[in-house]
Design a protein around this ligand. Sequence first.
Ligand SMILES: [Fe+2]
Ligand SMILES: [Fe+2]
Length: 365
Amino acid sequence: MTSAKAKILIVDDEPAICDILARWLSADGYACESVHSGEAALDALEQDEVHLIISDILMPGMSGIDLLSIVRSKFPGVAVLMVTAVDDRKTGIRTLELGAYGYVIKPFDRNEILINVAMALERREASLLNDEYGGNLRGHITRSLKQIGQLEGIIFHTISSFGHRHGETDEHLRRVGRFASTLLNIVRPGRSMQELDDMARAAAMHDIGKIAAPEAIWLKKGKLDDRERVVAQTHSEAGAKILQGADAPALRLAQEIAWAHHEWWDGTGYPRGLAGDAIPEAARIVAIVDTYDALLHERPHRPAFPEDEALRIIKDESGAHFEPRLVDCFMQALPRMREILQESNLEASQREKLSLDFAKIHRDR
Ligand SMILES: [Fe+2]
Ligand SMILES: [Fe+2]
């Protein structure tokens, strides 16, 4: 469905507000219907498919907040935008916690409404795609994580095999884990073996949320379009949700990393736009080593970079994408990083030889 064909239900007890919203939105290609109470909105939702509701908060009878709660539980596929009075920002924020896709403050203008509507519809579509492709798998892994608790080893192997299907090789995941614990050891000397091991396991799970988006996105040869990028970026939050509530320290660390490994030091990353120290240090470490490893290896949409080029990119991004102090520590750790790369190549060729030997034994039998 393109947003231009979306059906929008406008809920406001003031007919004049309904009229103006319907006029702006219809002129932009949306199909609109107006009702003047929460009760009438629920009737309309039973009758016909609606993609987005724009609802006033203060209405006689059912309030916009009550309507929002009912819609979130009974019609989860419907996006809701709230309209609130100028002196009531707190209520606006509260509606976000209750599941609204956004809120607009009165008096609003045409552009503000159109931008908020387009963004809410885009997010709705991304979240439907997520549910469709990742729902079952996510539920399965979440249950496993909670039940298995301490057995991170098994979980790690499950996760890396999913990673494999999404364009990440086992070697990439293992290397990011080892790079991250090496860098942690330099940034915070004196960590115990257990802590370094937790970091290695947790860092290797950084992209676990990728299972929630269609494989085609990760394997696409060309550049992602805007819509695909929105879906791709949901992998951070999806990863955080998968790992939410886990007890084991490595998994709690993995959740921080999954959620924040695409945040930028200068605050321009995603999903929360965190900046500086607000980004967990483990995620700041993974941001550097994940980029380093990604640059050195071929990806579906580009060839591998030579090491000097990869290091130049990382240095250039110091202070923007990466924390300058961590970039300095990373440069100090380079000799060990290179050893890890060599070890990884050796292990990969040994694994390949082993599987060829197995294949040969099967053939000869
Ligand atoms: Fe990622
Ligand atoms: Fe990665």
